[in-house]
Design a protein around this ligand. Structure first.
Ligand code: EPU
Length: 423
């Protein structure tokens, strides 16, 4: 298992280009099952989560040609050969469930194990199951083996989400594209990855209306074609680097991002006192801002994203005053806080959803065990960069899932961080 060794104290300086969004690329790979034609995914970064989706696609019979230097993969479904997802691959990856809809449309059958992903609290799949049932699919589970069987071609139907879910919205949208009827999905997620996926599908024959709004209507079509899918910039990666730059009093130009997908986080940075210049596809963090505490509450898009809660919480340790951080989406997304407190922060964890950050505090390097999840891992690295002395973060697999070559990119910006094999 690898670890990061960080010598803190250097402000980030320079320029960084944002990668294509992991949470958009993974969905595009599942969409490739809907057609036998070649699909070209551009601006793709081969994050660990993306690799896992490609591995599942290959295992189902797809051919994958990777051109990592051009950030491109070609997908072609030579021979769709099975309707069961590989158990070892699927249990590690939450987006694996996205394959179910396209498999049902092609085979009338699909089989999966309970999907995995970050340890950020309960990650149930009831919405997916109930949504499929509303589309006429029979679902049976086999708890002894953690398996689910889906039977029947999606027929269309109406499903009202009792709570908003990003991946369940995308999964049912993919299931509806080739369904034998009209599907209406209500109270759906509106994250930018959803209109990006719908836009691609519509360009290739699907009939989806309303993606990016709370109601999506999909008229099932017999067939769709395939072509170029341009992965949108990763808004979470962009927001993570902006918070990191601000916390180190850095001077960082974050390029190739879409500030319009980051309106609320940018507004919060502004309220915290971070000086920025914002263009149509870049944000420049300028040093010298006087940071002050601001309350944060996570919310579905276009609200403040839960994925940015850990980096912004660490940023608040450097701000003057008391801030309430309210995590409304996941009950397991604040358990990195004890680690940041061990470094000298003064954060009171009131309950699994709320913390009060009292700042500013000086942080000191510590040895930290594995990160509970990807975004918490980034926040731990961020704390290490702010801290005086050496921070060691163990077992960094979770961080690699969503931040590509993090240590190389940060070294390029002046940070002192190396990856070492824990032996
Ligand atoms: N939920 C249910 N039942 C379900 C599905 C979800 O109760 O069947 C609940 C969850 O427990 C949670 C809430 O609904 O409380 C929202 O979960 P959602 O389904 O929206 O999350 P997701 O689609 O699994 C995506 C991103 C996450 C990001 C969330 C929230 C992907 C692959 N993952 O997860 O990204 O945190 O939306 O924006 O798109 C990350 O990148 O670090 C990450 C975890």
């Amino acid at each position: 298992m690898s670890k990061f060794i960080i010598s803190g104290g250097q402000p980030l300086k320079g320029e960084i280009e944002v990668n294509g969004a992991k949470n958009s690329a993974t969905k595009a790979i599942a969409a490739a099952i809907l057609s036998n034609e070649e699909m070209v995914i551009e601006n793709i970064t081969l994050f660990e989560d993306v690799r896992q989706m490609l591995a599942i696609y290959r295992d189902l019979g797809g051919k994958v040609t990777e051109d990592a230097s051009a950030k491109k993969v070609l997908l072609k479904l030579e021979n769709l050969k099975k309707m069961e997802l590989d158990k070892d691959l699927a249990c590690k990856s939450r987006p694996s469930i996205l394959f179910v809809g396209p498999l049902l449309s092609r085979f009338g059958e699909a089989k999966i194990v309970e999907p995995g992903g970050c340890a950020i609290g309960k990650r149930p799949i009831d919405l997916f199951i109930n949504g499929f049932k509303a589309m006429g699919v029979a679902v049976t589970d086999n708890p002894a083996h953690n398996e689910y069987n889906f039977k029947g071609y999606p027929q269309g139907g109406t499903f009202i989400f009792p709570l908003v879910s990003v991946t369940a919205t995308e999964t049912l949208m993919l299931a509806a594209v080739l369904a034998r009827g009209r599907t209406i999905l209500k109270n759906v997620a509106q994250e930018p990855e959803i209109p990006a996926l719908a836009g691609y599908l519509n360009n290739h024959g699907a009939k989806i209306v309303g993606a990016g709004t709370p109601v999506i209507t999909i008229e099932g079509v017999e067939k769709i074609t395939a072509g170029d899918f341009e992965v949108i910039p990763d808004r979470i990666e962009a927001g993570s680097y902006l918070a990191m730059a601000a916390a180190t009093n850095g001077d960082l130009l974050v390029r190739k991002c879409q500030p319009k997908h980051l309106e609320v986080p940018l507004d919060i940075l502004r309220q915290i006192g971070v000086k920025m210049e914002i263009g149509s596809d870049y944000v420049h963090v300028i040093p010298g801002g006087e940071l002050k505490a601001i309350d944060i509450k996570t919310h579905e898009y276009p609200g403040f994203p839960t994925d940015l809660q850990p980096p912004f919480t660490v940023l608040l340790t450097q701000a003057q005053g008391r801030a309430l951080v309210h995590e409304t989406i996941y009950e397991g997304r604040m358990f990195y806080i004890d680690k940041i407190n061990r470094m000298g922060a003064d954060i009171i964890l009131c309950d699994p959803h709320r913390a009060i950050v009292i700042g500013p505090t000086k942080l000191y390097g510590r040895e930290l065990e594995r990160s509970p999840d990807l975004r918490a891992g980034f926040a731990m690295v961020m704390a290490g960069l702010i801290a005086e002395g050496t921070t060691i973060i163990d077992n960094i697999y979770q961080i690699d899932r969503g931040y590509e070559h993090l240590e190389k990119r940060l070294r390029h910006l002046g940070a002192e961080i190396i990856r070492a094999d824990a032996g």
